[in-house]
Design a protein around this ligand. Structure first.
Ligand SMILES: [Zn+2]
Length: 71
């Protein structure tokens, strides 16, 4: 018995894990962009959610703090 009860909204398979795929997030009418990740159903690859890449965000924040401290 799985303790994970969540189901994919498309294929309705129970989701115990997700695929993570890097994607680019772009701001309309701007050259600004961010690294993001999409979370996908492992059975049918439907995108369940997209968010800012937490690893890239952590690294860019650490780089910004380091540059402010040294400058
Ligand atoms: Zn699915």
């Amino acid at each position: 018995m799985s303790i994970h009860g969540g189901k994919c909204p498309k294929c309705e398979n129970t989701i115990a894990n997700v695929y993570i795929q890097p994607v680019d997030a772009k701001v309309p009418f701007s050259t600004e962009g961010f690294k993001a990740v999409s979370y996908q159903c492992p059975s049918c690859r439907t995108i369940l959610s997209v968010q800012m890449d937490p690893v890239a965000l952590k690294i860019s924040t650490a780089d910004l703090v380091a540059s402010r401290l040294s400058g």
